[in-house]
Design a protein around this ligand. Structure first.
Ligand code: DGL
Length: 280
């Protein structure tokens, strides 16, 4: 399944593939779906393998290449890696295997956060794997050289599992968040970067916990919309924006179809057909 596909027709009516380890990428898909209503969108939730954040880089690369190969078999024109963890670990490998494909990834919004913070202290919530990656280290170094900002990275181990289960406001979720947010608030972070695409779905819980801890709600940076603008720009530059398509959305999952169907309904109020995707 990981063999590079040598030639793929690049036409405007080809689909756009979007994937994440699970339902997190739906926080990116919602922007893509709203901004590009004429496009044919395919979403893969690799929930059978979630979370990626605690896996080895090799395992994340293998999963990402397997999903990219599926999209290549569907002859997509563009691929959105709607997962910070997979972007950090695997975007280079994806681009190397499919150089003719438009590939857009997502990274923690360190730059917009540096531009907004008043205290100069920014909390970065992400998976352990993203925070340990070379890409994150390079971005952080570059931003710290350019702006008067201090980043406080905080791995939110366990949070993706709760979000995958649909626990957006549960006691377990609020308690876990409290443990991760307290040190950031106490050190004066006035801005929080959501460096994992699952986290926008617990934004309300994050705001609630911060208000409880400090009486204030921090500025929150989510890069889903910026990724969509970048996708739009690249498609436009390549002459591949679909101008007259009817627009459609289909879901694929390596876990339970009904779980993804429910997530689409609950998180986005969308009801696309959802298909099983064989893992591997
Ligand atoms: N949603 C993902 C991200 O943006 C991955 C979370 C995970 O599977 O650990 O990092």
């Amino acid at each position: 399944m990981n063999q590079p596909v040598v030639s793929m027709p690049m036409t405007a009516d080809a689909a756009i593939g979007i994937f994440d380890s699970g339902v997190g990428g739906l926080s990116v898909l919602r922007h893509v779906h709203a901004a590009l209503p004429r496009e044919r969108l395919l979403y893969v939730a690799d929930s059978g393998y979630a979370p990626y954040g605690d896996k080895s880089e090799a395992a994340i690369v293998a999963r990402s290449l397997a999903i990219a190969a599926f999209f290549a078999s569907q002859r997509v024109k563009a691929l959105v890696v709607a997962c910070n963890t997979a972007t950090a670990a695997a975007i280079q490998a994806i681009r190397a295997h499919w150089p003719q494909l438009i590939v857009v990834g997502i990274e923690p919004g360190l730059k917009p956060a540096a531009q907004q913070t008043d205290s100069g202290i920014v909390g970065v919530l992400a998976t352990r794997s993203t925070l340990a990656s070379q890409r994150f280290a390079a971005l952080r170094q570059q931003m710290e050289a350019q702006y008067n900002v201090r980043y406080l990275p905080q791995a939110c181990v366990g949070l993706v599992d709760l979000i995958e289960k649909g626990e957006l406001h549960s006691v377990a979720t609020v308690t876990l968040l409290e443990g991760y947010l307290r040190p950031l608030v106490e050190q004066g972070a006035d801005t929080l970067v959501l460096g994992c695409t699952h986290y926008p779905f617990v934004r309300e819980a994050i705001e609630l916990v911060c208000r409880r801890l400090s009486g204030q709600v921090p500025a929150i940076v989510d890069t889903g919309e910026a990724v969509t603008r970048q996708l739009q720009r690249l498609l436009n530059n390549a002459g591949l924006l679909d101008q007259d398509g009817a627009g459609s959305l289909s879901g694929f999952t390596t876990a339970s179809q009904s779980t993804l169907e429910n997530a689409f309904g609950r998180l986005l109020e969308l009801h696309p057909p959802v298909h099983a995707l064989a893992a591997g």
